[in-house]
Write a protein that binds this ligand. Sequence first.
Ligand code: AMP
Ligand code: TRP
Length: 315
Amino acid sequence: MAKKIALSGVKPTGAPHIGNYFGAMKQFVELQDEYDFYAFIADYHALNFIQNAEEMKENIIGVLLDYLAIGLDPKKVTIFKQSDISEHTELAWIFDTITTMPYLKRAHAFKDAEAKSKEISVGTFNYPMLMAADILLYDADVVPVGSDQKQHVEYARDTAEKFNRIFGETFKLPEAMILKDVATVPGTDGQKMSKSYGNTIPLFAEPDEIKKCVMGIVTDSGDGIPKNVYAIHNLLRPASELLPIYESKSGKYKELKEMLIEDLENFIAPMREKRKKLAEDVPGALAILRAGGEKAKKTASNKMTEVRKRIGVEL
Ligand code: AMP
Ligand code: TRP
């Protein structure tokens, strides 16, 4: 029986943090044996935020090295970059034509941007349609993401349904796959861990960086258990192991933080060292990206031929 298809993407907007890892990327590694997995670099999504060629290039290579360092095996996973497959933007346009403005205005990401009264680019407004194209081109069954992306996957599903209704059965309906116990990883201040809040612990942090981040965790608990320290620690060790320790060291924040620093270092060090090795051979990593792109292109262009026939532009 053919394997089910899983697909996910990460925007090349800078160094990933442990929230990205525990919320989404860890699942990629776990799914690569069971699924036919596509992991891509969402560079055209990132263009909404990164408008500097040097930075873009550096970030793209960054995500590629991140994927390999966390343990994605290019023999099992198709690793590619969105901008290499022009079908993504082509299909996004077609989706734009069957999508209404009021529907897109309901997207959380758009509403957040609007609430902050930012000047919103058309690209940001259309973001869910490009993401729908990313997913639907490959007939993905599941989309492993953090909980903040759930609505975007629903947009993809709705768009597939709408297209199928208008033009005939073409797209598979995808489902988001979200790790229940770590739906949202909290940052060092207890809010959602996010680059834009400055509360992250980088996934490939050096020892002194880990120390600085952990020492900065806000400890404002009344009952002796520093809840922000515990929440991050709980990503690395189960409650059954942690609770007795936290109870026996009640109120001893410094000791608990030192334990967390040690556990984080043990968890991060092997990936960090692997990433450094990979970074010594960027051409080798880029060859992986090229090979993945060739494979993705075949799948995407077959699908696009079908779409073009459906809408009546293939004569
Ligand atoms: P981004 O860097 O925004 O492209 O996010 C990459 C992936 O990490 C997405 O699937 C997000 O849902 C996930 N993610 C980002 N921040 C968190 C967080 N604090 N907790 C859980 N998942 C997250
Ligand atoms: N929107 C996702 C994020 O911000 C990145 C992304 C783009 C994605 N296209 C995708 C994730 C397709 C899963 C599937 O994290």
